[in-house]
Design a protein around this ligand. Structure first.
Ligand code: GLU
Length: 429
C-alpha cells in the first residue's frame, strides 16, 4: 500500500505527543515531508545497452537546519521507504541535538549487478538530476546501505563540477583526501557501542557473560562487532544477506571481518599468526539469528526484520537497533509485553550523522580534526544524549523509544514555537 511505511512510522509521533512539550500543529507538520523528488537515471551499461533507473530524494523537515541524510542503493528502495527514512533522520538529528533536519535519498537497483564504472556513472547521474535540490546549506548527502566513501567522493566531485565551485560540504562520509573526516568510517558502530557502554554501567553487565548476535555485517555491523569483541563480549552469531553462522564459544571477529571483506562471505575462520583454520560453526538463517537465546541482539541490516510474525520468538532481553527501523510498530508491542527493552535506532545509530556533522563543520571551516578530537567530542555528545534519554525514560516511566522521540520533539518544537503558532497569531485577531 502506498505510504504505508511512512504512515506507520509517523504514528509513533502520536504516542510521544502525550509526554512532549509540543502542540498539535507542530506534530502535524512532521506528517508531511517538505519536498519529494523522483528522477530517472538513464545509464549506459558497459555492453553498450541503456538501462533506466529510478532515484529519489526527500527533504522531510528543515525547522532546525538544512536537511541531512544518506543515499542508499538497494533493490527495495521506494518513495515510501525513502520518506520514512527521511522522517527518522529528522528525529535522529534532534535526539543528538545537531543543527540539521532530515532527508534521505536512494536509487532502486541491485549494486551487485553493476560494474564499478556503471556505479560511478549512476552516482554522477543521480547528482546531475538532483543538483538543484541539494547544497551545503540546503541538503547534505551521506552514505547508507550499499553506498561507501568512494561513491560519496564521486558525488561531491560531480556537484562541484556542476556548480563550478569546490563544495566538499554537500556530501559527508567522503574519503579522507577529499575532505572526509577522521573517525567517520566507524562512527555508526562506535555510537552504538558508546550507548552499550553506558547501559553496561547501569545494568552491571560483565562483557564475558554477554552473548551477542549481530544481524548484518556491513559497515555498522562490522565496527560494532569489533568494538564489543575488544571489550570481551562474546559474539556468538553473525549474518549477512546470504545467511549466518553461530558458535556458542564466540567468534574471532577481526578474522571474520578480514575474510568477509576479501571474499564477500561470512566464514567461521580462526587465525593465529599466519595460520588460519576453519572452526566449528553452525550455519543459521537470518530468522534463526534473531530468535537465539542470547543477552543482546543487534539488528544492523535493514528495516522490518522483527515483525508481528516473529516477535513472540525473540529471546534476547536487550535489542540495540543499529539498522534503521528493524522493529515494526506491531512487533514492538509484543516485545514490550515480553519485557524486552530496545535502544532505538534514532539514538543507537546516531553516531554516523553526528560525525557527518563534524565533517560538515570541518569542510566549512577548513580546519581538520584528529581522530582523537573526533572521538572525544563524539563520546561526550553520545553519552550525554543517551543519559538524557535514559533519565526521561525513568522519570516518565516510558520505553526508551518514546523517551528519545520526546527529547527530539521538544527540541524541534522549540524551533517551531519561536516562529509563532496558533496561540500567538490568534491573539493578534
Ligand atoms: N545513513 C546514515 C543514517 O541513516 C548516516 C546519515 C548521515 O551521515 O547523514 O543515519
Amino acid at each position: 500500500m502506498e505510504n504505508q511505511m511512512f504512515k506507520e512510522a509517523s504514528s509513533r509521533l502520536d504516542k510521544a505527543f502525550d509526554f512532549a512539550d509540543i502542540n498539535q500543529e507542530a506534530i502535524e507538520r512532521l506528517k508531511y515531508p517538505k519536498a519529494e523528488l523522483t528522477v530517472s537515471l538513464p545509464i549506459r551499461k558497459d555492453d553498450g545497452s541503456l538501462e533506466i533507473f529510478t532515484g529519489y530524494r526527500v527533504h522531510h523537515n528543515d525547522a532546525r537546519g538544512p536537511t541531512k541524510g544518506g543515499v542508499r542503493f538497494h533493490p527495495n528502495v521506494s518513495m515510501d521507504e525513502i520518506k520514512t527514512l527521511s522522517f527518522w533522520m529528522t528525529i535522529k538529528c534532534a535526539v543528538v541535538g545537531i543543527p540539521f533536519g532530515g532527508a534521505k535519498g536512494g536509487v532502486t537497483l541491485d549494486p551487485k549487478n553493476l560494474s564499478r564504472l556503471e556505479i560511478e556513472r549512476l552516482s554522477r547521474c543521480y547528482i546531475d538530476r538532483i543538483a538543484n535540490f541539494i547544497g551545503p546549506d540546503v541538503d547534505i548527502l551521506a552514505p547508507d546501505v550499499y553506498t561507501n566513501p568512494m561513491i560519496m567522493g564521486w558525488m561531491m566531485d560531480e556537484y562541484s563540477k556542476i556548480t563550478r565551485q569546490y563544495s566538499p560540504a554537500v556530501v559527508t562520509g567522503k574519503p579522507i583526501p577529499l575532505g572526509g573526516s577522521m573517525g567517520r568510517e566507524d562512527a555508526t558502530g562506535r555510537g552504538g557501542y558508546y550507548c552499550i557502554q553506558e547501559l553496561a554501567k547501569k545494568k552491571n553487565w560483565q562483557p564475558k557473560e554477554m552473548r551477542v548476535a549481530i544481524q548484518g555485517f556491513g559497515n555498522a555491523g562490522q565496527h560494532i562487532a569489533q568494538l564489543l569483541y575488544e571489550d570481551g563480549y562474546k559474539i556468538v552469531a553473525i549474518s549477512d544477506s546470504q545467511g549466518g553462522i553461530y558458535s556458542s564459544e564466540g567468534f574471532d571477529v577481526p578474522t571474520i571481518i578480514q575474510v568477509k571483506n576479501t571474499t564477500r562471505q561470512i566464514q567461521a575462520v580462526y587465525c593465529k599468526n599466519t595460520v588460519c583454520e576453519f572452526v566449528e560453526a553452525t550455519k543459521i538463517t537470518n530468522q534463526e539469528l534473531l530468535e537465539l537465546d542470547i543477552e543482546l541482539l543487534i539488528p544492523a541490516a535493514l528495516e522490518n526484520q522483527i515483525t508481528k510474525e516473529n516477535a513472540a520468538q525473540i529471546k534476547a532481553p536487550w535489542i540495540v537497533e543499529i539498522a534503521n527501523g528493524p522493529i515494526t510498530v506491531e512487533a514492538e508491542a509484543i516485545l514490550a509485553e515480553k519485557n524486552i527493552s530496545v535502544v532505538p535506532d534514532v539514538l543507537a545509530n546516531a553516531g554516523g550523522v553526528l560525525v557527518s556533522y563534524f565533517e560538515w563543520v570541518q569542510n566549512k571551516t577548513g580546519l581538520y580534526w584528529t581522530v582523537e578530537q573526533v572521538q572525544l567530542r563524539m563520546h561526550e555528545i553520545m553519552t550525554r544524549e543517551f543519559l538524557n534519554v535514559y533519565q526521561l525514560m525513568e522519570s516518565q516511566n516510558i520505553d526508551m523509544r518514546n523517551a528519545a522521540y520526546i527529547q527530539a520533539l521538544n527540541r524541534y518544537a522549540q524551533a517551531v514555537i519561536v516562529q509563532g503558532t496558533e496561540n500567538y497569531f490568534s491573539e493578534l485577531g
